[in-house]
Design a protein around this ligand. Structure first.
Ligand SMILES: [Zn+2]
Ligand SMILES: [Zn+2]
Length: 327
């Protein structure tokens, strides 16, 4: 199966977390958290169209300025999703600079603050020197905060003393092309397949023609629909039953879970006090949720010399493939 997206942690578990998800057939990318981003290439930054921020503690949001610096001249808006207070945090960051020279710039930052009440949306336009627009409240059904008809991102409100969002990102379904069947029909692989898949997803008429064949016929002969890719992204969360239940739901069936394992189980008391998960808890959740692989992205600096122990504990309770983000 050709993947639809490829996720890569930009930093190691002792640096500020950030996950870069490249959508392979589109010229765009999605970020989870905006930790350390000073090393991102301008071309990579420019592909980012959506950013999902778990919470605005400095280690998860410090990269905002670097991203903004790279995309200032861009036409495509940047959508940022986070807990409700993210709107005030974005406004605060934007008002930390003087914007008299950007009146001609087309950039818009669309900010979405998620709470129990729904999603508050505020726009910041460069041409208005990033003054905030009036807020509108959007409904949130089934935890879905973003969907482009292909990729769906769900958020759960987790407890981390403050609200911290946990995310899942899922491809609605995956269209596989049966290459031997393609050859049998005398057809060749080419850009038309992308257009064909797009038409299938859009529910185009069965009579739409591709390479001299009807879409209806091609659908039956060369395409197979399978379950789409799914990842979960879980950062700072208290080790409470309610959180564990919500995280398990987000992680259910995910191919990869990118997460914190901030403390070892022997420091479970400290984990509760500091509102973080342990390697044991995250390993257990991943196992119960049928996750494919676990990628540890965020650990307490106290383990910088013995991170292997964090890895081992997660692996012991998960029983599947575990890796440490390499950055
Ligand atoms: Zn953190
Ligand atoms: Zn935090």
């Amino acid at each position: 199966m050709k993947p639809t997206f490829l996720a890569k942690a930009l930093n190691n578990p002792f640096e500020d977390p950030c996950l870069y998800v490249r959508l392979l057939r589109e010229k765009r990318a999605i970020l989870f958290d905006m930790g350390k981003l000073d090393h991102i290439a301008a071309s990579e930054a420019n592909k980012v169209t959506e950013a999902f921020v778990t919470h605005t503690h400095i280690d998860h949001f410090i990269g905002f300025d670097h991203l903004l610096r790279n995309i200032l001249g861009r036409r495509e808006p940047l959508r940022i999703f986070g807990p409700d207070e993210i709107i005030g945090c974005i406004q605060g960051k934007l008002s930390g600079y003087v914007w008299n020279l950007i009146g001609q710039y087309p950039l818009r930052i669309e900010a979405y603050g998620v709470s129990q009440a729904g999603m508050r949306h505020v726009s910041f336009h460069a041409k208005r020197r990033f003054e905030p627009s009036e807020a509108e409240i959007l409904p949130v059904a089934g935890g879905v905060v973003f969907s482009d008809g292909h990729i769906t991102v769900k958020a759960a409100l987790l407890e981390h003393d403050i609200t911290c969002l946990g995310f899942s990102m899922e491809e609605d379904y995956h269209i596989n092309i049966d290459k031997p069947a393609l050859e049998k029909m005398g057809l060749e692989v080419g850009p038309w397949l992308g257009e064909f898949k797009k038409a299938l997803r859009a529910g185009a008429s069965e009579d739409t023609m591709f390479e001299g064949f009807r879409l209806g016929e091609l659908k039956d002969k060369i395409s197979m629909i399978t379950r789409g890719q799914k990842i979960a992204y879980i950062m700072d969360s208290s080790p409470t039953e309610k959180n564990i239940e919500k995280i398990s739901e987000l992680a259910n069936g995910a191919g990869s879970m990118y997460c914190e394992a901030y403390f070892l189980n022997r420091e479970a008391g400290r984990a509760s006090e500091r509102s973080h998960l342990t390697a044991r808890i995250i390993g257990t959740i991943a196992k119960d949720a049928g996750v494919g692989e676990l990628v540890i992205m965020h650990c307490s600096p106290r383990y910088s010399e013995n991170v292997r122990e964090v890895y081992d504990e997660a692996a012991q309770y998960f029983g599947g493939r575990v890796s440490l983000a390499r950055g």
